[in-house]
Design a protein around this ligand. Structure first.
Ligand code: CP
Ligand code: NVA
Length: 321
């Protein structure tokens, strides 16, 4: 089997590769806005999408994105395919990849994706795992660039160097921000309540990448310290999918971690990002998410173009060399 390039975590990508995916996504969006709705880089091809968890944005953007690239997508809920009844990952991977041209999976443990990809003859995309949500970060970085925030690149002039502040649960989004910051070399502060810190193995990996990229990474339990002078303030749900047990008790421990206007005011004219779905009154106030600083709906819309960028990148890497 030829060595396939998958998209499982930004930890597996260089800075140049991440920026290439972002550039491709930006170019696809520009062409789209200029009237080229269909850009057939995935012509007559098929994307199989396995969802072991719910989704609004990821499902719709990949499905419409595959169509806009000239291909089609197949929605496979875990309830309907034999994987949900105990068929092994390795058999499922070999069968689906013998028919589909690319596979997107939303699942629980990241190891399920790793196992699937090791038996897949086609590229696999992580549509969210318990540990990482990398497709989201491509859309988030696109949104930052559109707001004039990003690492220095000749193509984008006058970019403000990012100082990103993530406030909330040390979850798959926090881990994905760690990967983006440590690969691109920008400052990231993560503030979580005690006991809800990021995974120490993933943090150490990010600190290791940061040595060569120059990223500054700060971990704290104080959201106000983290927000000071940040130009991006972001959060995510306190209760991720599959982690609903003990939800009420958990929420009590997040008191003081809601991104409200007092937190936003500490930033430096900060934009607000959230991968959505958002729970108003918990991780973010209604006032902040509805404010002009909030870019969450542009961010969600950018998923469509980011996912097309990821598909095009994987096609180029795997089949067009
Ligand atoms: N942000 C995100 O992944 O949204 P969905 O869960 O709706 O796909
Ligand atoms: N951390 C959240 C992200 C949802 C898009 C979850 O995993 O449920």
């Amino acid at each position: 089997m030829p060595k396939i390039k998958h998209f499982l975590s930004l930890k597996d990508f260089s800075k140049d590769e991440i920026l290439r995916i972002v550039d491709t996504s930006v170019r696809i969006k520009e062409n789209f806005l200029n009237g080229s709705k269909i850009q057939p880089y995935f012509k007559d091809k098929t994307l199989a999408m396995i969802f072991e968890k719910s989704s609004t944005r990821t499902r719709i953007s990949f499905e419409i994105g595959a169509y806009q690239l000239g291909g089609m997508a197949l929605f496979l809920s875990n309830k309907e395919i034999q994987l949900g009844r105990g068929e092994s990952i390795k058999d499922t991977a070999r069968v689906i990849s013998s028919m589909a041209d690319m596979i997107m999976i939303r699942t629980f443990d990241h190891s399920r994706l790793e196992e699937f990809s090791s038996f897949s003859s086609k590229a696999v995309i992580n549509g969210l795992s318990n540990e990482y949500h990398p497709t989201q970060l491509i859309a988030d970085y696109m949104t930052m660039l559109e707001c004039g925030i990003g690492v220095a690149e000749s193509k984008y002039l006058n970019l403000k160097k990012p100082i990103v502040c993530y406030i909330g649960d040390g979850n798959n989004m926090a881990h994905s921000w760690l990967m983006l910051s440590s690969k691109l070399g920008f400052e990231l502060r993560i503030a979580t309540p005690k006991g809800f810190e990021v995974d120490s193995g993933i943090l150490n990996l990010a600190l290791d990448f940061a040595k060569s990229s120059g990223a500054v990474i700060n971990i704290t339990n104080n959201p106000k310290d983290a927000a000071k002078d940040a130009n991006v303030i972001t959060t995510d749900t306190w209760v991720s999918m599959g982690q609903e047990e003990g939800k009420e008790e958990k929420i009590k421990q997040f008191s003081g971690f809601c991104v409200d206007s007092s937190i936003m005011n500490l930033g430096n004219n900060a934009i607000f990002l959230h991968c959505l779905p958002a729970y108003r009154g918990y991780e973010v106030s209604d006032e902040v998410i509805e404010s002009s600083s909030s870019k969450v709906f542009i961010e969600a819309e950018n998923r469509l173009h980011a996912h097309k960028g990821i598909i095009v990148f994987l096609e180029e890497e795997n089949w067009k060399k």
